[in-house]
Ligand binder design. Structure first.
Ligand code: GUN
Length: 299
């Protein structure tokens, strides 16, 4: 039976370390790590995410500001706000919550964020640094970075000789996850909707990362016995057993089916989810250290 990887606990450990390091930075340099989160429009899910990022930042002792802009904000206005934040010495990390309204070119906004403040790791400079193994100065996207930390807790930092399969090729999760696993010496394959014999390929994985957004797609017979399985999916499905109109969250992995086969497995919720926000705090702390010319802690 698989070990359930407790993402909530590991995220709390990361946040404790961030808090202690932030307090030390403030004491030694007088610099308080600062994060600005920008949200455009009224998407309820985005509002919940942004509020929890602000809460966690305050819990870490950070200076935290939120800019809430109306849906009809123009692309040029948003560019101006990002440029103001780029120039603000009290702000070390900038996060523009996605998705943005359709009339705004997300790519232009992301590329406007200073790479030194790009705590999401979405700017081409940071994507390029990750792709070329310049991890010391890069910002890595929070979800793959958090997933990597969970893998590290189970298998250690050196994944030499292990086969990893990442299911999903998004810019936010699949591709950066591929690069991180490769940087840790795993032999990595990226699979996606056009891959032939996906179950057979997954069965070859010592490390299986699922990031496709298909509820409970990965079943027991897709998993190599003893594999480490990281479920990045967060899908809301109907749960009539909880009452009429009720829903529940499930991952891309069928947890109950896979648990008897896997060696270690993340639950949903309580696996990768809490790690994402913890790594956003870690990245902001790192940004503040770099701007102060101090060596940041490792996570
Ligand atoms: N929307 C959903 N996830 C994310 C994320 O990691 N970063 C940003 N900026 N927006 C998101």
């Amino acid at each position: 039976m698989a070990v359930t990887i407790d993402g909530k606990q590991i995220a709390e450990d990361v946040v404790s370390k961030v808090k202690a390091s932030a307090a030390e930075l403030i004491e030694v340099t007088g610099i308080t790590p600062g994060i600005a989160v920008v949200i455009v429009g009224e998407d309820p899910a985005s509002q919940v995410y942004v509020a929890s990022k602000g809460r966690k930042a305050r819990e870490c002792g950070f200076h935290s500001v939120q800019h809430t802009l109306p849906e009809q904000t123009s692309e040029d206005e948003l560019v101006k706000l990002v440029e103001t934040l780029n120039a603000d010495p009290a702000i070390h990390g900038i996060l523009v919550q996605l998705p943005l309204p359709k009339h705004i070119d997300s790519g232009r906004i992301i590329q406007t964020i200073s790479p030194d403040k790009d705590v999401d790791g979405f700017h081409f400079i940071n994507v390029g640094k990750l792709g070329t193994g310049e991890l010391e100065t890069a910002f890595v996207p929070c979800t793959p970075e958090g997933s990597m930390l969970l893998i590290d807790r189970i298998l250690g930092r050196d994944l030499s000789g292990l086969n990893a399969v990442v299911v999903g090729r998004s810019n936010i999760v699949g591709k950066p996850m591929f690069n991180l696993l490769l940087a840790h010496n795993a032999t990595v394959t990226i699979a996606h909707s056009k891959t032939k014999d996906l179950p057979g390929l997954c069965r070859n994985a010592d490390i299986l990362v699922a990031a496709v957004g298909r509820p409970q797609m990965i079943k027991a017979d897709w998993v190599k016995p003893g594999a480490t399985v990281i479920d990045v999916g967060i899908n809301r499905i109907p749960a009539p057993e909880r009452g009429e109109g009720k829903t529940r969250l499930v991952g891309d992995v069928d947890f109950a089916d896979v648990a008897p086969v896997a060696g270690a497995l993340t639950p949903v919720p309580g696996g990768v989810g809490p790690m994402t926000i913890a790594m956003l705090m870690a990245n902001t702390l790192v940004a503040a250290h770099r701007s102060a010319g101090k060596t940041p802690p490792r996570f």
